[in-house]
Design a protein. Structure first.
Length: 303
């Protein structure tokens, strides 16, 4: 994969071996193979039971530290599995930032080949999200790494979006309907800002971060966007799922229409920003963002 970020740190299997020999010698001779690379992290499976997660940038490294700090608290309150940190890797000259080793979670990415009933999947996901949002938020005085995207509300992102819409409109197929999506975005900006209490947010519940086993939701992974914010933002990724999952999620979550419209605006924001940023470097992610926008433009779901 080409370099995605200007400050990206190079990672390969030899580097991982070097880190393991220095910090986890008992695991350093286990079989090692790359098993995934996203926008922020590269992952290696270590033996049968471990996962090495290496952030690509200093910003993503802060997210790994956040997982190490908060996931043990989060895990106690959820029925589905979440990553369990086993080793907090420290920076070296060769790799100058934090990294992590987790217990491996069996499962496959949510998709047509793994989910047997999308309506049931939407219900399962709604229950897990509800459990996450019900976890008490501790006193976060002095904690500065749990703020949701750009400050927390759609209004905080208003100034950044017009250039992203303009660039996106010049890149994607006109059938995507960027002007109509921008209209939906602007309509959401006119809604009252959320008044519900801030809750724990996973922040990126797209299908690749939802693991399935025997057709049912097994785990939520990649808590790099873990934050505390208004719940409308959490629901944005349901537009990555088929309509049957989206409808059951909506009704089982008892989401109000304004919250749903704000969630849709978050979905538009992330997808348009992703297409604009990754167009030249990460076509797979651009395809995911484009599919999300297609779902939004074709979605006739109303309460």
């Amino acid at each position: 994969m080409p370099k995605l970020h200007d400050d990206e740190v190079f990672v390969d299997a030899e580097l991982v071996r070097t880190l393991l020999r220095a910090q986890c010698p008992g695991w350093s001779d286990l079989p090692l193979r790359e098993c995934g690379s996203g926008t922020d992290n590269t992952m290696y499976r270590l033996g049968e039971n471990l996962l090495v997660r290496l952030p690509k940038t200093p910003g993503a490294a802060r997210s790994v530290v956040k997982e190490q700090t908060w996931l043990p608290l989060i895990a106690r309150h959820l029925d589905c599995a979440v990553p369990e940190p086993l080793h907090a890797g420290t920076a070296t000259l060769a790799y100058p930032q934090a990294w992590s080793i987790y217990r491996w979670i069996d499962g496959v990415e949510a998709g047509p080949a793994s989910v047997t009933d999308w309506s049931t999947f939407g219900t399962d996901l709604a229950r897990s999200v509800r459990q996450l949002h019900e976890i008490d938020v501790p006193d976060l005085s002095g904690v500065d790494d749990l703020t949701w995207y750009r400050g927390g509300t759609l209004q905080d992102c208003a100034d950044a979006m017009p250039p992203a819409f303009e660039r996106c409109n010049g890149l994607v197929d006109q059938n995507v309907g960027i002007p109509a999506l921008e209209h939906l975005w602007r309509d959401a900006l006119s809604l009252p800002e959320p008044s519900a209490p801030a809750v724990w947010l996973h922040g990126d519940l797209k299908p690749s971060n939802l693991l399935v086993r025997d057709g049912r939701l097994q785990a939520m992974i990649d808590f790099g966007c873990l934050s505390v914010g208004y719940p409308d933002a959490e629901h944005a990724t349901v537009w990555d799922l088929p309509s049957a999952a989206r409808e059951s999620y909506w009704h089982d979550s008892e989401i109000t229409e304004p919250t749903w419209l704000q969630a849709r605006a978050w979905a538009i924001l992330v997808a348009v920003s992703g297409i604009s940023y990754y167009w030249d470097t990460f076509p797979e992610f651009v395809a995911e963002c484009s599919a999300r926008l297609d779902h939004i433009t074709s979605d006739s779901l109303t309460r």
